[in-house]
Design a protein. Structure first.
Ligand SMILES: Cc1cc2nc3c(=O)[nH]c(=O)nc-3n(C[C@H](O)[C@H](O)[C@H](O)COP(=O)(O)OP(=O)(O)OC[C@H]3O[C@@H](n4cnc5c(N)ncnc54)[C@H](O)[C@@H]3O)c2cc1C
Length: 452
């Protein structure tokens, strides 16, 4: 088993070395920070409108979460606040390959959220009621129908939430392909180009300062994933965000035991384009305690209480690493972003053993299948497990899009489209007010409402 980092799971552009851009533009209408699916999709939709947009990525495109995730593109089980954006994202995914002329492995193979008891099944019924106005093809099925959909699985489920129209795509393909489309439409994408900070004049953004020099602009979108909170802290803006490590494995190609994606409290599994499966543990939230855990503990209390049974807390290196991180840094010297070009955590060996055990417990036919690769990614979560989107702080023109909380891959293209409308002042068919940062500070109840 290869438990190390492997090029194939991350973006195709990864070469192991970081070549700085030959030149950087002096000016842009909009600068996007972060080359994950959110930043890249926003840049694509901006470029399509003819906006002069520059995207700066400290490492390589999709090097972090966007290239390391499970590849689920799912509407089911989401917080209803996310559904309009997610439904739009699904529409974009359906048309993506024909629009950009590249295969990204998108298949509507269905999503099954399986329940082992009636209590969990009732939660699914509740969610279907909660989301009724969105007219999704989600329904709750009984154990018999579930087992007829996955006949190779060990019996024992009470039923499932089933959405036939949900699907999957290959994370190592999607974001680089959208980035190439953005470039064709006129965006400039600069990799190995960390943004160290922002400069302002008269209360408005005037430039981003990259490691290779300034780019003058009046509008910035910070879509820096797990780095957003730290970036904002350096500007005096508090963005409550905690990090969770996800360990993932990939099997070799094998017999087909599943058409789409399946999740229960033991495993999350989906069929891959190469005939193998992407597999993860179904019930471990692996959180390394950090000063941020204590800084934001109160705001995260409802989410922590909800997940208490699956939370695995570690105290050690993560704590001291974050403690050693400066709150501010000079913009004319190497910043923390250049020091870690790609967040590449070690997968947990213990969780990998659990994944293998659970995979065989649920699908005995996979007993001899080999795990050929394993990796980990750092998920950034918000207190109510819903994204944080909008203009923030006292410097006009500075926006963030973060906190996609472990399900931003599926919603990423939809978020990108909504962000492009927000940044250009165009009419937005999606109401972004539920995602405002201020909801964590204005006394609004902090209530996670997803069914997963
Ligand atoms: C193990 C795992 C499984 C997941 N499974 C799923 C799934 O099945 N379905 C789903 O919908 N979602 C899933 N997710 C979540 C999903 O991957 C993320 O929500 C989504 O990719 C977030 O995209 P992003 O663009 O916001 O962030 P990222 O992909 O993390 O991108 C942020 C980028 O910003 C760059 N950056 C940061 N700071 C700077 C700076 N100062 N200057 C320049 N660049 C900077 C980083 O290098 C990074 O590339 C999973 C995540 C993980 C880790």
């Amino acid at each position: 088993m290869n438990t190390g980092h492997n090029e194939r799971v991350v973006a195709g552009t990864w070469s192991g070395t970081f070549t700085p851009p030959a030149s950087i533009p002096e000016h842009a209408d909009i600068v996007v920070i972060g080359g994950g699916i959110v930043g890249v999709s926003a840049a694509w939709f901006l470029a399509k409108q003819g906006i002069n947009v520059v995207l700066c990525e400290k490492g390589h495109i999709a090097g972090e979460q966007s290239g390391r995730n499970w590849g689920w593109v799912r509407q089911q089980g989401r917080d209803p606040r996310e559904l309009p954006m997610m439904i739009e994202s699904m529409r974009i995914f359906r048309e993506l390959e024909s629009e950009i002329g590249e295969n990204v492995g998108f298949v509507q193979g269905g999503c099954l959220l399986a329940a082992r008891n009636e209590r969990r099944l009732q939660k699914f019924h509740d969610w279907v009621k909660l989301s009724a106005e969105f007219d999704l093809d989600t329904r709750v099925i009984d154990g018999k129908e579930l087992h007829s959909l996955v006949p190779g699985a060990t019996p024992g489920w009470a039923g499932a939430m089933y959405t036939a129209g949900d699907g999957r795509a290959e994370p190592h393909k999607v974001t680089p392909a959208i980035a190439r489309a953005a470039v064709r439409d006129g965006a400039r994408i600069l990799t190995s180009c960390a943004v160290r900070g922002i400069e302002s004049q008269a209360g408005r953004v005037s430039a981003v300062i990259t490691e290779h020099g300034p780019i003058r602009t009046s509008v910035v979108l910070c879509a820096a994933g797990a780095w957003t909170s730290m970036f904002c802290r350096s500007m005096g803006i508090s963005v409550p965000q905690l990090k969770v490590r996800g360990t993932v494995a990939r099997t070799s190609a094998t017999q087909k035991i599943l058409e789409g994606n399946l999740f229960d409290d033991r495993l999350g599994i989906r069929l891959r384009e190469d005939g193998g499966y992407t597999v993860a543990h179904g019930s471990v939230l692996d959180h390394g305690l950090t000063p941020s855990t204590f800084r934001y503990a109160f705001k995260f209390l409802p989410a922590l209480m909800q997940e208490i049974k699956v939370l695995r807390l570690r105290f050690g290196k993560d704590f001291f690493d974050e403690l050693a991180m400066p709150n501010r840094w000079p913009l004319d010297d190497v910043s923390p972003f250049e020091q870690t070009r790609v967040l590449n955590p070690e997968p947990s060996k213990r969780i990998l053993r659990g994944i293998q055990k659970n995979m065989v417990a649920v699908f005995p036919a996979l007993a001899d299948v080999e795990i050929v690769e394993a990796w980990a990614g750092i998920v950034e979560t918000s207190p109510d497990v819903v994204p944080i989107i909008g203009e923030v702080g006292n410097v006009a023109g500075f926006h963030i899009a973060t906190g996609f909380s472990g399900h931003g891959f599926g919603i990423g293209p939809g978020a990108g489209k909504a962000l492009a409308a927000m940044l250009t002042g165009n009419e937005n068919s999606i109401d972004l007010t539920p995602f405002r940062l201020s909801r964590f500070f204005d006394g609004s109840p902090i209530r996670p409402m997803s069914a997963i």
